[in-house]
Design a protein around this ligand. Structure first.
Ligand code: BGC
Length: 752
């Protein structure tokens, strides 16, 4: 009887489980069958049409020729066409006038905001709080969706170790672990659980791959690196994006080890499709297919189309070679029908998953009230505030008292509405920007006299404004100087050969400092600058990045102490451009630098150390990290070790500390970095408050590539370093053992 009951129960469970899994996989099966049904009706021209993406006008209009192409079924997607009404108009042609009624997919670069602009992604990474990036991406998705955009070419997840490269501004900095966390968070923010949900957009991890390693920091330049570095450093943020369900990837402009990335079967097919099982779409970067000819990889247009398509690019952005040359390539047997069909299948699959066939149009009434809402502005202000990094604060020069008598607000970036928006500012408008001057004016007490003097331009040689600026400083209690880069100097095609402040800005800072008035420097910039003189001579330095629409308010929040800065650098700040590429997780060498030993790895003329290390940032309060403990002295290769530490706010204000955990695999079959970030947590502590933080280090964190390019945990000693930056750490160690019994998980004495 009992047995019978059990069997019945089991049967019941099986039925319930299979019912559930049937419902779960139904939509997916449905998508696949709809894709196949549609594919079977398409002509070759219509198929190639789906692989084509064309550029709209910069103001968001589609071009006259698009209408005809769409009507004939010869265009699958656009970029830059936006606005609910305009996208509806073109979509109507697709779904009402084309033979197969396949909807268009509208793409756009919503990178750090659509209309409400958030800090540049590098700045957002300085929050060390991926949830904030998820939040900003989700607001950006909502605004984009309201404007008819269904696909954003973000997140940009390129690792960048060379600050000369202007696009360092678009990513999360130099570290694969931090980069992976931000990549996944941004994908979740844009796409949610399902990018077909209204208010969500399809994301695109770019630029696949190693684009950030352009030689000499010169944009679009060659990259050449070992598979080991590629897999350990440049792949992880992409892998994290794929694991987070990113729908698309963009193939890059650069050549990689002799094979351009937009025609590279190793990265596009072997890694992406075979190893990672990615079933979404790969779109080429802007004219990257045609550029295969310039690379010397393709002999002509047909060759370029053949190489890109057969390597694994599905959609061609702007150049039109798939369309123009597809038929002849097919006829000549140089391209197979299977390759074309597979690319079309992937694109249709995405369109079905997005719900475009069922809901092709936008509700035009949403757009009017979707932008710059009170909530999104508040989020922009909060995130900008949390991205700010306090680089120096001698004798508590900051924060300022709100009732201070007078402030001189100086510098070319003090009242500039453009630069805070940064590169790729979506549809952000400078008229919406709160400048630092406006932020300071609205926060200081009504009695405080605020004087503004520009001093000089960001670029250019004129010092004509110096006299006014020094006079303003002399007549005030404090001088705050806003210097850095203009929007045009960062981002794509904005490589620089020096990281010094451009124009006469450094001279301006020197003149202001020479007045003898307390001087504070606020940096507004998109990449690590070299500011050695300022670091030596100015008592307080604030890194505000390019903080977006609410940047000025966020800066004022920090300057006056309403927000206690808690950001940390996601990238190393060099002393001079000659140190570049400089990054904390460099390999161990045979001759690590030693001060008094010439024949070690360092410079003759300058220290080998950075100006500010990765993970660095101060606060208006002080923290003490202590009592670092490991849960075992030994673990098996499959095991997990618990790392704990106490963090205490030993200062007088509430504030945030970012506790960071690094490891070093001391001896391995391939050389390992001196340090690798493997965990971090930003926590808020009241004065006197103490908390214990815990991290788990398991196979995911402890593994590295071996000579066969397999990820393995190798036995031997591991160092664990816990601290407040990559240089300020407490070190412990444990061993990974093979076969043998690992010690008990209780706190081991050896590691106390
Ligand atoms: C950039 C991409 C961008 C594309 C479309 C290219 O020049 O490299 O990042 O998504 O343009 O605007």
């Amino acid at each position: 009887m009992r047995v019978a009951n059990k069997t019945a129960l089991l049967l019941c469970l099986v039925v319930i489980v299979s019912l559930f899994s049937a419902t779960a996989s139904e939509p997916q099966r449905d998508v696949e069958s709809r894709v196949e049904a549609l594919l079977s009706k398409m002509t070759l021209e219509e198929k190639l049409g789906q692989l084509q993406q064309l550029d709209g006008e910069s103001n968001g209009n589609f071009r006259p020729e698009h209408v005809e192409l769409v009507r004939k079924g010869l265009l699958g997607s656009t970029l830059n066409v936006r606005g609910a009404q305009r996208t509806n108009q073109l979509q109507r042609v697709a779904v009402e006038e084309s033979r197969l009624k396949i909807p268009l997919l509208f793409g756009f670069d919503t990178i750090h905001g659509y209309r409400t602009i958030f800090p540049i992604p590098l700045g957002e990474a300085a929050t060390w709080d991926p949830q904030l990036a998820e939040r900003s991406a989700s607001i950006a998705a909502k605004e984009s969706y309201a404007a008819g955009v269904r696909w954003t070419f973000a997140p940009m997840v390129d690792i960048a170790r060379d600050a000369r490269w202007g696009r360092i501004t678009e990513g999360a900095g130099e570290d694969p672990f931090l980069g992976a966390k931000f990549a996944a968070a941004r994908v979740r923010g844009f796409q949610g659980d399902n990018y077909g949900t209204p208010g969500k957009v399809l994301a695109c991890a770019k630029h696949w791959v190693a684009y950030g390693a352009a030689e000499a920091g010169r944009d679009y330049n060659t990259t050449d690196m070992s598979e080991y570095t590629l897999r350990s450093v440049y792949f992880p943020p992409f892998k994290a994006a794929v694991d987070a369900g990113v729908g698309t990837l963009m193939s890059a402009f650069n050549d990689l080890n002799g094979v351009p990335t937009s025609a590279n079967p190793f990265t596009l097919t072997q890694v992406l499709r075979q190893e990672w099982r990615f079933d979404g779409v790969v779109v080429s970067d802007y004219t990257a297919v045609k550029e295969l000819i310039n690379h010397g990889a393709a002999a002509d247009d047909a060759d370029a189309a053949r190489l890109a398509l057969s390597a694994g690019v599905d959609m061609e952005m702007v150049s039109r070679l798939f369309n123009q040359k597809g038929p002849e390539l097919l006829k000549q047997g140089r391209l197979s029908q299977v390759t074309i069909d597979e690319a079309v299948r992937r694109i249709l699959r995405i369109k079905f998953r997005l719900g475009l066939f069922d809901r092709p149009f936008n509700d035009e009434s949403i757009e009017r009230n979707a932008f710059l809402t009170t909530e999104s502005r508040a989020a922009a202000r909060e995130i900008a505030g949390r991205s700010i990094v306090l680089l120096k604060n001698e004798r508590e020069a900051l924060p300022l008292q709100k009732n201070i008598g007078s402030i001189a607000v100086i510098g070319p970036l003090a009242d500039d509405k453009q630069s805070p928006l940064g590169w790729w500012a979506g549809d952000g408008r400078d008229t919406d920007t709160v400048t630092p001057l406006a932020g300071i004016r609205s926060k200081a007490s009504p009695q405080t006299k605020v004087t503004y003097a520009k001093g000089c331009d960001v670029l250019g040689d004129s010092t004509a404004g110096f006299a006014d600026a020094t006079a303003a400083a002399r007549n005030s209690d404090v001088a705050i100087v806003f210097v850095g880069e203009s929007k045009e100097m960062v981002g794509e095609a904005a490589s620089r050969s020096t990281l010094d402040l451009p124009g006469r800005q450094m001279d301006l800072v020197k003149e202001i400092k020479a007045t003898g008035k307390p001087t504070i420097v606020v940096l507004v910039n998109g990449r690590p600058p070299t500011i050695a003189w300022i670091v030596e001579n100015v008592p307080a330095i604030v890194e505000s990045w390019m903080g977006g629409t609410e940047s000025g308010n966020a800066i004022a929040d920090v300057l006056f102490g309403d927000v206690n800065p808690g950001g940390k650098l996601p990238v190393t700040f060099p002393r001079t451009v000659g140190q570049v590429p400089i990054y904390y997780n460099h390999m161990q060498t045979g001759r690590p630098p030693e001060l008094n030993n010439r024949y070690t790895s360092k410079y003759f003329d300058i220290p080998w150390t950075p100006q500010f290390p990765f993970g660095y940032g101060l606060s208006y309060t002080q923290f003490k990290i202590s009592n670092v403990q490991l849960s075992a002295a030994e673990i098996p290769a499959t095991g997990t070790i618990r790392v704990s530490a106490d963090v205490e706010n030993v200062g007088k204000r509430a504030g945030d500390e970012v506790v960071q955990v690094y490891i070093r695999d001391v001896v391995a079959s391939l050389t390992r970095p001196v340090k690798e970030l493997k965990g971090f947590r930003r926590i808020t502590l009241q004065p006197g408050e103490k908390k214990q933080v815990e991290f788990q280090l398991g196979p995911e964190q402890l593994s590295g590539y071996n000579r066969e390019m397999k990820l393995v945990v190798e036995p031997g000693e591991f160092k664990v370093m816990v601290g407040s930056s990559s240089e300020d750490v407490i070190e412990k160690s444990f061993r990974v053992v093979l076969g043998a019994q690992a010690s008990s998980p209780a706190m081991s004495k050896a590691n106390r």
